[in-house]
Design a protein around this ligand. Structure first.
Ligand code: ARG
Length: 469
């Protein structure tokens, strides 16, 4: 790092004021290049737009703008070609890296680029640009996962499994209906993300350090050049200290992870030896180093485990922002690692879950058996009595008695001896056996939102249309 005239301490962007050097340990502590280098392309894109804005404002002459832009584009190509280039540099942060490299390409002219700009509005802009393109990757991963779940729903539209409340078997449902429940959750996640991104879609550049820029930059044109559809931000103080969009995207990631962790837990439970209703493919399970017989659902457990980590990132940022004085404070540098990791982990989990969905197998025979027994059709028997004119309360009571009798007999409701049925519920004794059949129980729940195979197939068709590429 060679010294430059007017900047005797060398590489720092702020050396003039200082005589002594940085404590070496603090220098490392202070550096953000090891992680903010992920925004190098965004910093370059923002810098190109800024150079052009300075030109349009008459602050730079056109040949200067052209030379700066050419240099920045060259650096962009170099970083695209060699993504580790910033990783090898010793600069304080990604902004210092870009300015120094630009200096090597265009000479002292590079020292004009930062006119009217601060790293505070610069980093806010970089982060929003990064967020926009990275969130697109998350949206893609969620869409792929939804497609996989819709196809699983199609394969299992008519497959009965026990549905649970309180983790006690409650009523039969179809496995397809279970899969589509997660499609609904992920659809809300995508809409939440789109909403957060829409609110984040304003351009911070031109806010200066905190008070705005003193040069006559056309911020609306700048926002257009950087494709921020909401135009420029309206208050510089707010802008340089605003990380609402980071918190919102972290919340979006947290909700995705909450949903994935619930699916993970559902299937870990259904795959346990106690249930044995699903099997995991070898591709997403691992064994034990000690117990040769083991096959563990590690993919799902890791997804469940990483949920805590992503939720932690949201909480960490909220605590960092709490009571943070206006405008910019260096605390805000702590926003990035959590955000980057949250998006990395959430995208990775969505991808791994997609593989699990593609390869999971329901044990059809065991599923059918599990959904057939244990009085899961008791509600349907009560409904049958209701259709015969009995009030639901009375029906509930009488079916409860019937369940007790069946328990004593060691049989299902529909297997109760004829005389008992005649005694307990003469109204339905004839139709009961037919109406309590599993296919009838499922098929009746055909109203919108229900678990009936026909309804699941209708929903599958609708989702396929909505998710068509
Ligand atoms: N590395 C800093 C960050 O991530 C960039 C902004 C630094 N601004 C400053 N005034 N020190 O927030």
């Amino acid at each position: 790092m060679s010294g430059t005239p007017g900047n005797p301490r060398g590489a720092q962007l702020w050396g003039g004021r200082f005589e002594g050097g940085l404590d070496p340990f603090f220098e490392t502590f202070n550096r953000s290049l090891p992680f903010d280098r992920r925004m190098v392309d965004d910093d370059l894109v923002g810098s190109i737009a800024w150079a052009q804005a300075l030109g349009a404002a008459g602050v730079l002459r056109q040949p200067e703008v052209d030379k700066l832009v050419k240099g920045l584009q060259k650096l962009r190509a170099a970083c695209a070609h060699d993504p580790e280039l910033p990783a090898r540099a010793a600069d304080e942060d990604v902004h210092s890296f870009v300015e120094r490299e630009l200096g090597e390409l265009v000479g002292p002219l590079a020292r004009k680029l930062h006119t009217g700009r601060s790293r505070n509005d610069q980093v806010a802009t970089d982060l929003k640009l990064w967020l926009r393109r990275t969130a697109a990757g998350l949206d893609d991963a969620l869409t792929e996962l939804m497609r996989a779940l819709v196809e699983l729903a199609d394969r299992t539209a008519a497959l009965p499994i026990p549905g649970y409340t309180h983790l006690q078997r409650a009523q039969p449902i179809t496995a397809g209906h279970h899969a589509l429940a997660y499609v609904e959750m992920l659809a809300r996640d995508r809409s939440r993300l789109a909403d957060a991104l829409r609110r984040a879609d304003t351009c911070p550049l031109g806010s200066g350090a905190l008070a705005g820029t003193a040069f006559g930059v056309d911020r609306a044109a700048l926002a257009r050049a950087l494709e921020f559809r909401g135009g420029p931000t309206r208050n510089s103080l707010d802008t340089v200290g605003d990380r609402d969009h980071v918190a919102e995207v972290l919340f979006c990631c947290s909700m995705v992870m909450l949903h994935l962790s619930r699916l993970a837990e559902d299937w870990i439970f259904l795959g346990s030896h106690e249930a044995r209703l699903v099997r995991f493919a070898d591709a997403v399970a691992t064994g034990s180093s000690l117990m040769p017989q083991k096959k563990n659902p590690d993919a799902l457990e890791l997804i469940r485990g990483k949920t805590g980590r992503v939720l932690g990132h949201l909480h960490a940022l909220q605590v960092t922002l709490k009571a943070l004085p206006l405008a910019y404070d260096k605390d805000l540098q702590e926003d990035k690692e959590g955000l980057f990791d949250a998006l990395d982990q959430t995208v990775a989990c969505a991808k791994v879950m997609t593989t699990v969905v593609d390869t999971i197998e329901y044990d059809e025979e065991r599923c059918r058996t599990a959904a057939s027994g244990g009085f899961l059709n008791a509600t349907d028997l009560a409904d049958l009595l209701v259709r015969a004119g009995v009030s639901f309360r009375d029906a509930h009571e009488r079916v409860g008695v019937a369940v007790r009798r069946a328990l004593a007999h060691g049989c299902e409701l529909e297997e109760l001896p004829r005389p008992i049925l005649q005694e307990l519920m003469p109204e339905v004794a004839d139709s009961l056996a037919r109406e309590l059949r599993l296919d009838r129980v499922l098929g009746r729940r055909n109203a919108v939102g229900g678990t009936a195979p026909q309804r699941v197939r209708t929903e599958v068709r609708a989702w396929r249309r909505r998710l068509a590429r």
